[in-house]
Design a protein around this ligand. Structure first.
Ligand code: NAD
Ligand code: 2HG
Length: 531
């Protein structure tokens, strides 16, 4: 198999390139390409992986053109430069490196707090100009002041701990921050209005979402103390820049430290003309330590995925560690087969899906197994679905998915049972993997059997009457269909029965019609599995 090929299209530490090479991955290092949309678009179809920082915009158009792409790795935290829904629909995993630059970014926020408290850049410029304006630059202490942290996740928490070390009081607004964690961090959890009213300094550390876009606007400024200082090292657009300019002009805001802008690169911006606004060009993550961390992490994560199927820090797919990947692999295959069985056997619209994990399988990574089951289930309708895109596609189709876990309940160490409801019927199939790692069907329609899974299979429902096996043997034999394995099962003697045949090649529809023409056959369907 050819080595996977990765494109690094932004300025990543070259350690990342070396890691890809050491792992046997073909890598093209083109750090300026992120800025050249057209060129990137013209070559992206050659790559299995794309490693980026923030300059590359992984838009829907780029993703559509990325015929082979399996993974986008963001060496950093914010993935707002990647169209995640488009990537997910195309089955591309998007990973980030959630911790590698947190300390560095938190330190930048603290640096900006000091810079605006003491007007350091302006004082520096004035001093170099020989002005010695001692009385002009009267600053404020931060000791004893209240810092309002909006978004108290990884970076917000580091900022809070540094600020507490600097003897500030910290209040935090974060809907997902538990009281317990707030106590542990030594911060007071408050609502947004309380934070705005009490803070002397405000620092932003939320992702950019529909809820956080413009969270600091004219209405928010109106609720703040006069003379508040504000720092943004998260994303431009969290603060409405025009409203900040007005708040600075009116004196409501005494200073602002801005690392991120509504439009980047920010080569011109009304904030540049305001006094006591300290600007940096999205430098939050720019230390050698952080860049080394995120580059190493992204290269290792992407390599692990491309070479071993291990998934870590993916935004759109459950994690699978390198250790669990080999154990999980046969069960992922099994889950896909169960989905594929029902997906091919079911012709009407699926309304509900229940996936039951029994015994040892219930202790595995069931989120990954659910994704695999759903991929198999809808593949007959959507050919290029995979574990990343399946949950979204199933949701888009309004199918309800539920998961049940239970202790070992039968003779098998563990198994998976898939039950699917349509408007007219409920269909179920269960399977397990033996020590040889091969998936097997162990139950269909609550009828027990033990069926090896082959590439081509025929699924029959019939009446349990004498002569059925002979008839099938005759029809398939005279049509040159060789049967590798034949499994039968029935509910009661003379009642409903099923047969699952593993055959050596595709079975023409005409042959199935001949089978269907016999009275004891209720249905006959050719199934295909990706073995
Ligand atoms: N300037 C830079 O170079 C730089 C570097 C790294 C990260 N960042 C930005 O910083 C952001 C935060 O990074 P992180 O690692 O701390 O992320 P994180 O996910 O650990 O923390 C984000 C926090 O924001 C909270 N949050 C989400 N929605 C909220 C809302 N509506 N109101 C208040 N809080 C909300 C979350 O609950 C979470 O705790 C990133 O999304 C990224 O955009 C910027
Ligand atoms: O890559 C960078 O320099 C910025 C990264 C930063 O914005 C992030 O979200 O991690």
């Amino acid at each position: 198999m050819a080595a996977p090929k990765v494109l690094v299209s932004d300025k990543l530490s070259e350690t990342a390139v070396q890691i890809f090479r050491d792992r046997g991955i073909d890598v093209d290092f083109m750090p300026e390409l992120g800025k050249d949309k057209e060129k990137l678009l013209s070559i992206i179809d050659q790559y299995d992986g794309l490693a980026i920082r923030s300059a590359t915009k992984a838009t829907e158009k780029l993703i559509e053109a990325a015929a082979k792409l399996k993974v986008i790795g963001r060496a950093g935290i914010g993935v707002d430069n990647v169209d995640i829904p488009a990537a997910s629909r195309k089955g591309i995993i998007v990973m980030n490196t959630p911790f590698g630059n947190s300390i560095t970014t938190a330190e930048h926020a603290i640096a900006l707090i000091f810079a605006v408290a003491r007007e350091l850049p302006a004082a520096d410029t004035s001093t170099r100009a020989g002005k010695w304006e001692k009385s002009k630059f009267m600053g404020v202490e931060i000791t004893g002041k209240t810092l309002g942290v909006i978004g108290c996740g990884n970076i917000g928490a580091v900022v809070a701990s540094r600020a507490i070390g600097l003897k500030m009081n910290v209040v935090a607004f974060d809907p997902f921050l538990s009281e317990e964690r707030a106590v542990k961090l030594g911060v007071e959890k408050v609502d947004l209005d309380t934070l705005l009213a009490r803070a002397d300094f405000i620092t932003l550390h939320t992702p950019m979402t529909d809820k956080t876009r413009g969270i600091i606007n004219a209405a928010a400024f109106a609720k703040m103390k006069t003379g508040v200082r504000i720092v943004n090292c998260a994303r431009g657009g969290l603060i409405v820049e025009a409203d900040l300019v007005e708040a600075l002009k009116s004196g409501k805001v005494a200073g602002a430290g801005i690392d991120v802008f509504e439009t980047e690169p920010a080569t011109e911006n009304p904030l540049f003309d305001m006094p006591n606004v300290v600007c940096t060009p999205h430098l939050g993550a720019s230390t050698s330590e952080a860049q080394e961390n995120v580059a190493v992490q992204v290269a290792e994560q992407m390599s692990d995925y491309l070479l071993k199927g291990a998934v870590s820090n993916a935004i759109n797919m459950p994690s699978i560690t390198a250790e669990e990947a080999p154990v999980l692999k046969p069960f992922v295959k099994l889950a896909e087969m169960l989905g594929a069985f029902v997906g091919q056997a079911t012709e009407s619209a699926i309304q509900e899906v229940e996936i039951l994990f029994d015994g040892s399988v219930s202790e595995m990574n069931t989120r990954a197994l659910i994704s695999a089951t759903l991929a198999g289930l809808i593949r007959p309708q959507v050919a290029d679905v995979n574990m990343v895109s399946a949950p979204i596609m199933v949701k888009e189709r309004g199918i309800q998915v539920s998961e049940v876990k239970r202790d070992k309940s039968g003779v098998f160490d563990g198994y998976i049972k898939l039950t699917v409801k349509t408007a007219n019927q409920t269909r179920s199939v269960a399977g397990t993997c033996f020590v040889d790692g091969k998936p097997r069907f162990i139950q269909i329609k609550d009828i027990n059997l033990d069926a090896e899974i082959g590439r081509h299979m025929i699924y029959l429902t019939n009446k349990d009457t004498p002569g059925t096996i002979g008839m099938l043997g005759t029809v398939f034999g005279k049509n040159g269909v060789n049967i590798a394995n034949f499994q039968l099962g029935r509910k009661d003697q003379g009642g409903d029965a099923i047969a699952l045949l593993y055959v050596d090649g595709p079975v023409p529809e005409a042959v199935l019609d001949e089978v269907r023409s016999h009275d004891q056959i209720t249905s006959a369907k050719a199934l295909q599995f990706d073995i």
